[in-house]
Every structure is written in structure tokens, then in C-alpha cells.
Design a protein around this ligand. Structure first.
Ligand code: 6AU
Length: 262
């Protein structure tokens, strides 16, 4: 069962080079924390990534909210990823037909496939979305997460939708390496998906707009998820981001250690 194996042991089970390198990175750096850096200015985003870099395995961006985006931002984030040893996940949530997502992933202003190690997609359009993204991403050694569930109240991603999403992931395991999910699903022979979970907070439980935050202990130890995705809990006004990131790193790692020793 992959829930009780270490990240390092699980790295050996992956053929996708980015998934393998990501699991090795978590083991080496002792962190399962991803920063959700939802900031609208380039300078602020770079400053935050530099401060929080030592504590995270993954920087999650929403690149289309940055008002002064340019190629230099990508170059600087890539340099910070090297400096601090983290990977980059553009949280693009693709949701269109295969041909359109190929263009959205490779082209336009952002050229996401050229710099983002990991990205994600909804499965609403059906299998074609995975095939389209895979055509672009696989030759570049990128990988994909599918949104099997969401953290927000009233989400429609549940039941049969979630089950079918997991089946689609199994069909394209060379490229689909995990899920955005709220809990770990039952493994089938040969499964080792990486579960990344947003909606994590140590101090608050809701933002008044439908977001629902759970404690890292619940998410990682009790529900079996692998990576905690934390945004405002780290960088909200009045918080010291490096201090908060360290708190989340410690809480996430403790919960993981407890889980694999169960
Ligand atoms: O910690 P927060 O609430 O400030 O930020 C959570 C981050 C945001 C969301 O766009 C994202 O996680 N997210 C996702 C992702 C990662 O795909 C899915 C979801 O169901 N809920 C969610 O909050 O950047």
C-alpha cells in the first residue's frame, strides 16, 4: 500500500522522471509543503518564493493573475527553484477539448509547458484533454494531476465523477502521476498516485467564500494525502511567511512520519 511507504521508496515505482524526481526531492528536503502563491505582482511573487523556498517542495503558481508577467518572471522563478531545490506547478486547471488545451499548454503569452514541471486538468471534457496535454508534456518530461475532487463547498467533483477520473489516470499513468484530491483512494495493483491537497490551514477553517481548510494532521495522517497546498495561511497580511512556512513544513512532515509508521 503506497500510503505506508516512504516518498523515497515510492520514487522507484514511477516511470515519469518528474514524478520520480519530485518524490526524491520531498524525501531529501523533508518537506511535503507546496506554497500556493496567489499574488498579483511579479516582485511580490519573487520575494515570497525566495523567503519560503527553503521550506517547500513545490511552488504552485496562478501565472495568469500576475499583472506584470514577463519571461523574466519565469526565469527568476526557475532560478529560485534551483537555488532552493523545489519544483514548479502551474495550477492552470485546463478544462477544454484536446486540441485547444494543446495550444493553451504550449503557446500564448505563458508557454506553460516550457517551464512548469507539473500542471493540472479537470476531466469534464473526457479523455481527449489528457491525450492533448500528454502530446505536449510527455516529450518535455512534464506530468499532470487530475482534479478528482475539490476543496470548495458544494463541489460537483464527487461520486462517479471522481471514480471515472481515477480510471482515466490509470489509463495514462506515464503522464498522469496523481490527483488534486481530498483523501487517498483505494489502490489497485500497481497504483502509486501522488495526492496533493488544497484547503489546508492551521489557524482557520473557512474564508467565507466556500474554501474549507483542514489541519495537516487530518489531511496527511488520517486521510492519506501526500502534499499539503497552503496559500493564505502562509502569506496573508500580518503573517511572517518564512515563519508560517516552517510551521506548515513541520506539521506536514510530522503527520507523514506518523502515517508511514502506522
Ligand atoms: O490556501 P488557500 O485557500 O489560500 O489557497 C488554495 C489554493 C488556491 C486554489 O486555486 C487551489 O489551492 N485549489 C485547488 C488546486 C490546487 O487545484 C483545487 C481546489 O479544489 N481548491 C483549491 O483551493 O490557489
Amino acid at each position: 500500500m503506497s500510503a505506508t511507504k516512504s516518498y523515497g521508496e515510492r520514487a522507484k515505482l514511477h516511470s515519469n522522471p518528474t514524478a520520480k524526481a519530485f518524490l526524491e526531492l520531498m524525501e531529501r528536503k523533508k518537506t511535503n509543503l507546496s506554497l500556493a502563491a496567489d499574488l498579483t505582482s511579479k516582485a511580490a511573487l519573487i520575494e515570497l518564493a525566495d523567503k519560503v523556498g527553503p521550506y517547500i517542495c513545490l511552488l504552485k503558481t496562478h501565472i495568469d493573475v500576475v499583472e506584470d508577467f514577463d519571461q523574466d518572471l519565469v526565469d527568476q522563478l526557475t532560478a529560485l527553484a534551483k537555488k532552493h531545490d523545489f519544483m514548479i506547478f502551474e495550477d492552470r486547471k485546463f478544462a477544454d477539448i484536446g486540441n485547444t488545451v494543446k495550444l493553451q499548454y504550449s503557446s500564448g503569452i505563458y508557454k506553460i509547458a516550457s517551464w512548469s514541471d507539473i500542471t493540472n486538468a479537470h476531466t469534464v471534457p473526457g479523455e481527449g484533454i489528457i491525450r492533448g496535454l500528454r502530446d505536449i508534456g510527455l516529450p518535455l518530461n512534464r506530468c499532470l494531476l487530475l482534479l478528482a475532487e475539490m476543496s470548495s463547498a458544494g463541489t460537483l467533483a464527487k461520486g462517479d465523477y471522481t471514480t471515472t477520473t481515477v480510471e482515466l489516470a490509470r489509463k495514462y499513468k506515464d503522464f498522469v502521476v496523481g490527483f488534486i484530491a481530498m483523501r487517498r483512494y483505494e489502490d489497485k495493483e500497481g497504483d502509486d498516485f501522488i495526492y496533493m491537497t488544497p484547503g489546508v490551514g492551521l489557524d482557520q477553517t473557512t474564508d467565507g467564500l466556500g474554501q474549507q481548510w483542514k489541519h495537516p494532521e487530518v489531511v496527511v495522517r488520517d486521510l492519506g494525502c501526500d502534499v499539503i497546498i497552503v496559500g493564505r495561511g502562509i502569506y496573508d497580511q500580518g503573517r511572517d511567511p518564512a515563519h508560517e512556512a516552517q510551521r506548515y513544513q513541520e506539521a506536514g512532515w510530522k503527520a507523514y512520519k506518523e502515517r508511514i509508521q502506522l
